[in-house]
Each structure stands twice: as C-alpha cells, then as structure tokens.
Design a protein around this ligand. Sequence first.
Ligand code: SF4
Length: 375
Amino acid sequence: MAGIYIHIPFCKQACNYCNFHFSTQQKNIPLIVEAIISEAAIRKDYISEKVETIYFGGGTPSLLTDLQIENIYLALHKYFEIDQQIEITLEANPDDITEVKLQQWKKIGINRLSIGVQSFAATDLQWMNRAHDNTMAIDSLLLATKYFENISIDLIYGTPTLTDAQWIENIEKAIALNIPHLSCYALTIEPKTALQIMIEKEQVSDVDTDQQARHFDLLLEVLESNGYEQYEISNFSKPNFRSKHNSSYWKGKSYIGLGPSAHSFNGNSRQWNVSNNALYLQSISKGIPPFEVELLTRTQQQNEYIMTSLRTKEGIDLLKLQHQFGELQTNKLLQQASKFINENLLVQTNHFLHLTNKGKFMADGIAADLFVEPS
Ligand code: SF4
C-alpha cells in the first residue's frame, strides 16, 4: 500500500514561524491545479501499489474551490489504483471553514480534516501572525465536528506568549470539543523566517527550552489522563483515530508527492520537486517533472529507519533491523543504546527499543547518537 501527498503552495498570509513552501499570490491557483493534474499523469508509474491514503497539504488546501479539489481527486482515480477504504485528509485553516465548504468537502469524499488551529489564545495567535483569531478557532471546530468525525488539530507550544496555564487551557479546549487527534509541535526557529529575523533583532524573545520541556510534560499528562494515546512524539489520538497517512511515512511505505516542493519516496530513493511555483509550472508545461533525486545508501536507509521508528510508540523493531541491516549493525546499536537504557531514556520491551517519557523530549538527539557512521 502507498500514499499520495498533494502540496497546495498558497496561503493568505505568512505565519511568522513558517518555512514551508507557499506564495501569498493566489492568482496562479488554477494553473497550479492543472499542473498537479498533469504531473499525476506524467508520474503515474512512480508507485505500483494500491493507494490507501491521499493527503492534501500545504500551504493551505482549503483555499481551493470544491471543483479544484474534485478535479485533482478525479485525476488521482484515473491514474492510480485507489483502495476502497481510502483515508483522504484535507488540511484546512479555521478562517476558511464554512458550512457550505464542509458539505462540499464531504461530498467530494474527504473523510478526514486536519485543522491548523495552533492556539486558542488571542495574543498567541496574533504573535504567530495567523489569519484567524481565537473565536474563529472555536467556531470552526464547532462547525467541523457537525460534519466530520475524523478531525485532527495542530497546536504549537513553547511560544513566548503562551503561559503554562494557557497551554493547559488549549489542550483542554480541544478535549472538550471532542477532537480525536492532536498534532502538537514545539515552536522551532526555522532559518529565513520572519521569526528568526525578529529574534536576531531582539524584537521578540528566543525560545525558552525549559518552558518547552514543561509544556511537553503537561501535554503528556493531560492527554494521557483523557484517554489519548501518544503514538508518535508529536501525535496523539483516541482509539482508532491514528493518522494512516502519517503512520505510513513512519513505517517507511512508498508515497508520491505532487505539486511544488512535494517529496516522494520509494524505499531506495527520495526525490523532491522544485520549491518555486513559476519553475514548477514551466517544467510541467514541457512534460518534465521538476525534481532532484537522491539514492539512499544502506547507511542512510538504516539511519532513516532509526530516526522515524524511534519517534513512534512501538519504537525500533530489532528483528526488522536485524533482518534488513544484519546482526552486526543490530549489536552495535544495542551497545550504543545501553547508556540511554541506564539513564532511563530508552527501554527494551521484547524485540522493541522505545523511548521512556523522560527520553521523549530528547528523541532527535538520542536517535542521532544511535546513527551508523558511513563506512
Ligand atoms: S497557513 Fe500554514 S503553510 Fe501557510 S504560512 Fe501559515 S503555517 Fe505556513
């Protein structure tokens, strides 16, 4: 089984922390939609497996008209073999959600929404330069839950404007609204973002890692006591509401990414489309998909597996590691892991090596320490 990711590279305005590829010039939306459909036709042989998930991400896919979404969806049906139990996610921003749009999305076949709430606190949303306010955040969820059961929201913690009490309030609001899936991310300062420039000019304070660690602990505590499962470091779900699409990334399944800046992966290589709307359009108009490819070495494949699996609840499957990369590599990893086991950051359960709650906040650093050096 495989997945399809569609990148819609347009937003109403730039959030100050964001380094995804998008343009605020929306006049080219129709051209990009046509180009994505052409790219699907050109690259239809990239995946041979049945498609079990489709994900409209961005940018802001909720800026598209229902007809534009439907045209992309119909093209995917034409060029790929789609499973009947398909999960189709649409990322939507609160300021785009209306009763009419929700009805249209449902009619097209969208069966999961991922809503970019980020915070329910007014000052926090202003600080992020989001296009919605706290009232829209709540109202959009009240509406969305009338039409969709499978809803995820994004929340950001560790911003200088978010107190511990407000962070707890944010999580509790999501629980009270019966949202079955939450993706919660610590604020990170990405290069070339407005936020990075503001920090450099000392216009806003830098990230406080102690505050982020506190917010992370509060997150685990509140969600765990309310029946959510942390199935990946940043992802929490009620039973049966794990994201199939994101889970397939972490399981190393193949996926094709369509649209400017979209990534694709087929087990042995990774490729990424050009992050420039004009160059993307130009290239597709000539029938040439505009991407760069990187063939993954055995070392890169192993490190990729360590990085992604360690972030999941199940952790690193030592049998799988042994099967794919050999006994020597598995023993080396266990040797390297012993110091983290002694510090109660990692634990081995049967043939799985996974993070303890204490280790979760340091996941990336621990994974990097378990990486294999290229020989
Ligand atoms: S809406 Fe999403 S993609 Fe667009 S700028 Fe904000 S965070 Fe980035």
